[in-house]
Design a binder for this molecule. Sequence first.
Ligand code: HEC
Length: 112
Amino acid sequence: MWSRDQTRQISRRALSLALSLALFACTGNSQPVTLASARQVVSKYCVTCHSPSGAAADFDWSDERSLMLHRRNIAAKVSRNSMPPSGLPQPDAEERRILLCWAASNDAACPR
Ligand code: HEC
């Protein structure tokens, strides 16, 4: 049987391993994901609709502040493949990684 201390130590190690894996997945080739690169992907695939004159004008991703505020929602849609709507050009694997990484760990692992 493991003592309580050992169990704690193991869960701390597991947590730090999980965090470093997340960081690794996030930084990839060690380039931080900048807001600018996220915006490039968004401009390419999203702002035709997500801008003041588009079909989803209420969610204006051409506006930097709005994009930042909605980043978790954006990541959720992108990771479920529910945005962009099917039938439209979809971001490739690297572009998706950029969006998800920027959104998920904007504050810590991937400095802007
Ligand atoms: C063909 C037009 C179109 C494109 C392209 C498009 N969207 Fe959308 N999106 C919509 C519409 C329409 C809605 C629903 C807006 C509403 O409820 O008013 C929506 C809703 C969303 C929502 C949910 C907003 C909410 O909280 O209800 C998110 C997040 C989103 N889109 C992200 C994206 C991202 C990220 C991209 C690009 C990778 C993208 N969309 C591309 C049309 C589009």
